[in-house]
Design a protein around this ligand. Sequence first.
Ligand code: BGC
Length: 679
Amino acid sequence: MFVAASLASAALAQQTRMTHEQAVARARRLVAKMTLDEKIAELHGIHDADHYRVIPGIPRLGIPALHMTNGPAGAGPGGAGPQKRATAWPSPLALAATWDPDLSREYGRLAAEEARAFGSRLFESPDINIARVPQGGRVFESYGEDPYLDARIAVANIEGIQSAGELANVKHFDANNQETQRFSINEIIGERALREIYLPAFEASIKEAHSASIMCAYPRLNGTFNCENAPMLTGILKKEWGFQGFVVSDWGATHSTVPSALAGLDVEMPTGRYFGDELRKAVESGQVPMTAIDDKLVRRFAAMIEFGLFAPEPAAKPIPAFEHGAVARSIAEQAMVLLKNDGNLLPLDRKTVRSIALIGPWAVRTSTGGGGSSHVIPLYTVTPNDGLQAALDLEITRFTVSDGADIDAAAAAAARAQIAIVMVGDQDSEGRDQSLDLPENQNRLVAAVAKANPKTIVVVKSGSAVLMPWIDQVPAVLEAWYPGEEDGAAVAAVLLGDVNPCGKLPLTFPRSADQTLAANPEQYPGVNGEARYSEGLEVGYRAYAARSMQPQFPFGFGLSYTQFRFDSISVRQQPGAANANVSFTVTNAGQRAGAEVAQLYLGFPPIEEGNEPPLQLKGFRKVMLAPGESKTITLSLDPRSFSYWSVKAHAWQVAHGDFEVMVGDSSANTPLKATLTIR
Ligand code: BGC
């Protein structure tokens, strides 16, 4: 039923889609018929009792309204009228932890289909800002600390969104990397870090995934607000990258009329404070040429025409809640990262485990997502408690549950049970950054339970990295992120070994807050309204490697219930050329089927303008292997893989010399090494 419906809508999209050139020509003819007042009305949203997140249509010209919906974690309830329910997917950071672009494509497609069922045709997603600091309030909403992983997950997600007939809206351009003072902070970012760390995922979203739209961000970048930043919006985005879509402001991120209009902002949201009457006056006085206005309209109308938005919309179908929920559960399962498993305490054997004490605030409530604009009201939830009980045989396993508010009582319950499972977590939110400590007294709870029962398993449901001061006192830790509406079922499947964990960290877990940029307030959260990105390229694991710091858990890390072996690396390269194929073998050396993420990092030769950090991710592949099975993987490197951004030349340049090729299962464990030379 669901498959048939999506095939039908795909066929419709096929029929109504046309080439970009045809769409531009039609958009131009349309704009030629518009009065100035009509043009101005189409350059901003409206927000009143009956309207929100919408640019109204013009019936006289057959222009449909454009309704917008968040966002990165599923179809948001917003817009005017009753709040809507949708699938609450695992957090986008969890999606990144799958290291699986195919899952990202599916996530994007299904979430966008739900937004479309709400009558929305622009999906404010994905959020691809880099997790520069794990304290960032929107880290849960985005794809982690590495630009390459970010780009691979983003491209697939956008392809998925747009295959559902929705306009993707990749955000926030650029460097919306902290929530502290997000409306005003001035971020001082060097050209090389901007190009190598904060722009590559946007570049791929435009050049590879052809995102139909992009959202400019709240902060200032090197002194200029992002939504009036001509070098960024016109220079890099539209001219250099050839972006043909339209730029939408974040909600309230527009700060001017003429500078924004001339810099390349195309739509002001949510209202026309600057792009309403003020813009009309600026056109009439000649400060903004009509060609600039027409260009903004043509960009948006062409995208809408190309995506079939000017054609009649098929009747909305109800969301197939359980079918989508099953996909959400599978993604949550594949996102979980097994951080510690001493003595193979996990997986639990449901045929022999005699008693379990389930404890903690996140044992009795479903972790459906973070706060702010990405919030989704789920169609249904599976609580951790229900999920685990349903998966166990309660004739064999005696089961108790408590929220852990009374720590002494929780410890006593743990002492009476064979196994204690503590579920802790947080609910990060847009609008505020968070401390790296688990909130309330959860660290004390874990320590007390661990003291009472040496077989304590900790399940962490966090938006970002958290500190684990109790790590040495517990044998097993599973990072489940925000698993979404199927939390209970997904976590139970991994704890009981129905699913072998295969997630890998998309960001480093520090040992202490002073390993992060928070150690220097000038870098984060900034002093006198200015955040200096003086760390340059040393973001995330690049910083740990450059400064020989040992994190709690490194980027790319994650255990399995089986073991993998890497061997036989070989590099094929035309002598001296900036292209190479790196091949190697991964073997499942254990007793269970499981998936491994093979990761390829490069170490650069010395560069006169300044060296690169010791290693950077340039390729990865997730492979499923039966016990004893081996697969040979080949990863390709292209000229960009070997390039750095030259500030002297204002261009990418291939570095020359010996590169170290490193392959393994995390940024801190690369058993395979080879050298290749670029001349
Ligand atoms: C956007 C967000 C933005 C927010 C403000 C939303 O609709 O998509 O990314 O920051 O508005 O809450």
